[in-house]
Write a new protein. Structure first.
Lengths: 626, 368
């Protein structure tokens, strides 16, 4: 055990920052695993450039990983780091603006060379010129300590230097009393075929741990007690991994084979990668020639009775629009995952945004309604995938799921559900005639609808007697034959809309969280802003101010009670990472004014900023200004 | 080329009974009533223009589908957009009239997930080669088990007469009042370039040839691309008249028959010159041993490609028939084999316990 005093903390935010090639994402992932194993609640925010290897030592090349862990439930990755590990001057310069004065900075002094400093415009080293006086700076020669620790290894200097991220991880693990066993096991698996690299990494990791213990630079260690969480088996999970697992689970529960058509695109590609390794679960992944083919393959598979899914991001959703319209017209199940990123056009591929909401709801020609739902946290991606499959198969409709880069790459602890407790997902195919013709003979009518759901039968090829043709041309009600009849088109358009509207019968009412019960201001969000908004509401309430909070997972259709909820408050604030897309829908649908608070910075809202917005809104409402 | 193994059109059958293209597709049993053309004819009124070449192709397909011995419910026609893409409505099988250019992609998803279906794609020169060019070439290079009927009338018919990617340079159309400057695609050359494993050309008005070629295409396992010269009587009437006219066609049509010399009816043959290039010469003047004997099953597609280029666009010598028919593992078979391999390797399909293990992953901790 350590000889140094142990100080208890309730929460810590750490940010690892370095060059794209410094292994910061891996370091962050490992620290996350160690932290999860200790039972802290946590939330992470990887932040990396779109360039795979931007020029070394430059600001555009900085990659970072932020982790917030606590002895209580954590809602966000944290607004501001308590500790920054800066592997080079670029990492320091890029991240310093986020660091509150008084927080801790660990700098790798080896990289603070004249050349590296000038690359990012430092005239003098900030470590030496006194400009960091307001922070606790630990100057550590991480690179040379690593090389020294590996002196006996027959590796090149460059290879030895590469282990410096493990030294940093070891040091931070010591500082926050994290065990090393998990990372050691991870390294053993990763470098099973390279024993010397393995030993070098293990040595560097332990050297970092011992450095903390022995150096006088660190006087205390910290400890963050486990959070109180419901009993169960836990793992950490990213949004993209949870989405993939949710789809596999849904396929398993429905008994349908899962067919994913996908074209690589950031930040959605991990879903393709993950599912391509799940063939054993009846998963077929088809890497298509383009986004359009990807959704076409999914729709073709759905026509054949499989669970057709396509994964993409905003630019890909734009390309898939016409095929999704075909899915609307043919009324086949189809799940479209849009892992949103900054737009328009190529936009910010690796940064998060919620700006595809209107594209998802309206971005097709004609009256082309689809269901749209959005997960609110990384682990919620699992549940939202099940919900997407439920809606798609029950209503024979395309369903668009709006995740985003923040949820996709961020991680949190997830209580692994018991398979038996998961919702039932039953799918029925048509097996025989469903109607009689004028002569009283049994016939099959592919567009004769279920009176409850308005869904048409799913009659798959291979079923004798149900041969029929479907397509994008307007179909006659009931028979499905081509029809240009004006009244029929009006009826079919309303039937398709009515079918989607009717999904609201099977979704839960919107729940409002208002602990004091006397709030006059409601903050309403959707999708990945759940964490920041909930954290902001918590901050506001901690000051004795009442605010109500609600969060939409269903964007089309909305929950039945949404209008009533909106009208029950004097004032409604809608924070979004776009320029007010949900606000537009709310105003248009319910004739209720809402205050749209927006930011498109490629990063989640800082909770403190939102709290300020809410404080102001409450104050003005109470004063009657509004 | 190395993975392509020669077969030749006569070798598409596995043993004596089931053509390889139909392996896995349920067949009509001897006890079932014999299928007829009527069984494959839907109750929908055919709505092509009078005199359209599509009628002849539809009649041919309805005519030979019963003979394939496949169960009607296991046949699916997928089309794109264009006049010919209405085709599926007139066949009483399963069908999807999809969107412009995307039929090969949709059919790929369907064929890959359903081994028990015989999947056909109906497309035209605009649908397949213009808006859907990408999907077409990728279906062919993957070698998905699809039979693609490409109706080439060298014009956009449904949009009323604009030039298409197969229109001749100089075509005066609604959108090219002073003549088109686009260099056209030769669909057969394109298919061979994309390494399609079955490539053929036939004619709407030649029922016997059409039937033979389409049947061979259907029986082939892998992507079969059949270019069908098809007359549009409204916007490009007579585009292929030189190949139909009794007096002209003898000299102009080069018959591709596996194992036979490539020749026209007018005693011209295709010869290989000293430089390896192909040309057409009177049979009487052909040097001994220089006459090209057609081998559709050769792995190297370069001779087939040279044959596809033998005409200069003037329709002086047009090869008709099966250019290439070779075996290569199909995309859909291999995709299914990977899934099946993963399942059998793990002791069969996943059960609830397997799923639970997947959800837990490698790194868990317990609370409470």
């Amino acid at each position: 055990m350590s000889s140094k005093p142990l100080q208890k903390l309730d929460r810590v935010v750490i940010r690892f920052a370095g060059d794209s090639g410094d292994g910061m994402q891996l370091t962050g992932d490992r620290f996350t695993s160690e932290t999860a194993a200790l039972g802290n609640d946590l939330s992470t925010l990887p932040n990396f450039p779109a360039e795979i290897r931007a020029p070394a030592g430059t600001l555009p090349g900085v990659s970072s990983f932020q982790l917030h862990f606590a002895d209580h439930d954590v809602l966000t990755p944290g607004d501001h780091p308590d500790v920054l590990v800066a592997m080079n001057p670029a990492a320091l310069k890029a991240n310093l603006p986020d660091l509150p004065r008084g927080s801790t900075i660990i700098v790798n002094t080896d990289e603070f060379t004249k050349r590296n400093l000038s690359k990012v415009g430092y005239q003098a080293s900030p470590v030496e010129d006194g400009s960091l006086e307001s922070w606790h700076v630990h100057e550590i020669a991480l690179t040379s300590i690593t090389v020294e620790a590996l002196a006996d290894f027959g590796l090149t200097r460059k290879e030895k230097e590469r282990a410096k991220n493990m030294l940093a991880l070891g040091l931070l693990s010591w500082m926050y009393s994290r065990p090393l066993e998990g990372t050691e096991a991870f390294l053993r698996a990763k470098f099973a075929r390279a024993p010397e690299i393995l030993e070098a990494n293990l040595t560097a990791l332990r050297a970092g741990f011992h450095y903390g213990e022995t150096t006088e630079d660190f006087a205390v260690r910290f400890e963050v007690a486990p959070a109180t969480m419901p009993p169960g088996t836990y793992r950490t999970i990213t949004g993209n991994a949870a989405m993939a697992l949710g789809l596999v689970t849904a396929a398993h529960r429905t008994g349908l084979p899962l067919v994913l058509g996908s074209y690589p695109i950031t930040p959605a590609s991990d879903i393709l990668h993950t599912l391509s390794g799940m063939k054993r679960y009846g998963v077929t992944t088809l890497q298509a020639e383009d986004e359009i083919a990807a959704v076409g393959m999914a729709l073709g598979a759905s026509f054949g009775g499989a669970l057709g899914v396509t994964s993409t991001s905003g630019p890909g959703l734009a390309l898939k629009a016409e095929t999704i319209g075909l899915g609307v017209s043919t009324e086949l199940p189809l799940v479209i995952l849009d892992i949103q990123r900054g737009g328009p056009s190529t936009g910010l591929p690796t940064k998060t945004e919620q700006s595809d909401l209107l594209q998802a709801i309206h971005g097709r020609n004609g009256e082309s309604p689809v269901a749209v739902i959005a997960p609110q946290s990384p682990s919620d991606c699992f549940d939202i995938a099940l919900e997407a499959v439920r809606i798609a198969t029950t209503y024979r409709t395309p369903v668009i799921v709006l995740s985003d880069g923040y949820l996709a790459n961020g991680s949190e602890p997830w209580r692994v559900p018991s398979v038996a407790d998961l919702p039932e997902l039953d799918v029925e195919f048509a097996t025989g005639p469903n109607d009689t013709d004028d002569a009283g003979e049994p016939v099959f009518h592919p567009f004769l609808r279920d009176p409850q759901t308005l869904a048409r039968p799913w009659a798959v090829p291979g079923t004798a007697g149900l041969e029929h043709r479907i397509g994008g041309i307007e179909k006659a009600d009931v028979t499905g034959h081509i029809s240009y009849d004006p009244d029929n088109h009006d009826r079919m358009t309303r039937l398709r809309q009515g079918k989607i509207d009717g999904i609201a019968d099977t979704i839960p009412d919107l729940e409002v969280e208002d602990p004091s019960g006397d709030a006059r201001v409601l903050v309403l969000g959707w999708g990945s802003t759940y964490g920041p908004i909930a954290a902001a509401a918590r901050l506001v309430r901690a000051t004795g101010v009442s605010v109500a909070r609600a969060h939409l997972r269903h964007l089309n259709p909305f929950p039945r009670n949404l209008g009533d909820v909106l009208r029950a408050y004097d004032h409604v604030v809608v924070p979004e990472m776009n320029l007010g897309q949900l606000a537009l829908l709310l105003r248009g649908t319910y004739l209720v004014d809402v205050q749209s608070h927006t930011a498109v910075r490629g990063l989640p809202f800082p909770a403190a900023d939102l709290a300020e917005v809410l404080h102001k809104a409450v104050a003005q409402t109470l004063e009657g200004v509004r | 080329m190395t993975t392509d193994t020669p077969t030749g059109p006569g070798n598409a059958r596995n043993g004596n009974t089931t053509p390889r293209g139909f392996v896995g597709v349920p067949r009509v049993s001897d006890d079932d009533p014999k299928q007829t053309k009527k069984d494959f004819t839907s109750d929908q009124e055919v709505r092509w223009c009078p005199g359209c070449g599509d009628y002849a192709v539809l009649a041919a397909v309805q005519g030979f589908l019963p003979d394939l011995g496949l169960r009607r419910e296991n046949i699916v026609f997928v089309s794109g957009i264009g006049c010919s893409s209405r085709f599926p409505y007139y066949l009483d099988t399963y069908g999807m009239h999809s969107i412009h250019g995307r039929a090969p992609a949709i059919a790929t998803g369907l064929a890959t997930s359903r081994e028990d279906l015989s999947v056909w794609v109906i497309t035209g020169d605009g649908d397949a080669l213009s808006i859907g060019g990408n999907h077409l070439i990728h279906a062919m290079r993957r070698n998905v088990n699809l039979t693609i009927l490409l109706f080439n009338n060298k014009i956009y018919g449904l949009t009323k007469g604009q030039y298409s990617p197969t229109s001749d340079v100089g075509s005066v159309t609604k959108s090219t009042p002073v003549g088109s400057v686009d260099h056209p695609f030769n669909p057969v050359s394109l298919a061979l370039g994309a390494e399609a494993t079955f490539v053929a050309r036939t004619m709407d008005s030649d029922r016997a040839h059409l039937t033979t070629v389409l049947r061979a295409a259907a029986e082939h396992r892998g992507t079969s691309l059949v270019e069908i010269y098809q007359n549009c009587p409204i916007f490009n009437d007579g585009a292929f008249q030189l190949l139909k006219d009794r007096d002209e066609k003898e000299a102009r049509v080069l018959s591709l028959v596996h194992g036979e010399p490539v020749r026209s009816g007018a005693e011209h043959v295709v010869v290989r010159g000293a430089d390896g290039a192909l040309s057409v010469a009177p049979e009487s003047e052909a040097a001994p041993g220089s006459v090209l004997i057609h081998d559709a099953g050769t792995g190297d597609p370069s001779t087939a490609f040279a044959l596809s280029r033998i005409d200069d666009g003037s329709m002086t010598h047009i090869p008709m028939g099966i250019f290439r028919s070779v075996d290569r593992p199909t995309y859909d078979d291999q995709v299914r084999a990977q899934v099946e391999g993963a399942r059998s390797g793990a002791g069969g399909p996943a059960d609830d316990d397997d799923l639970a293990a997947l959800l837990r992953g490698g790194d868990t901790w317990t609370v409470g």
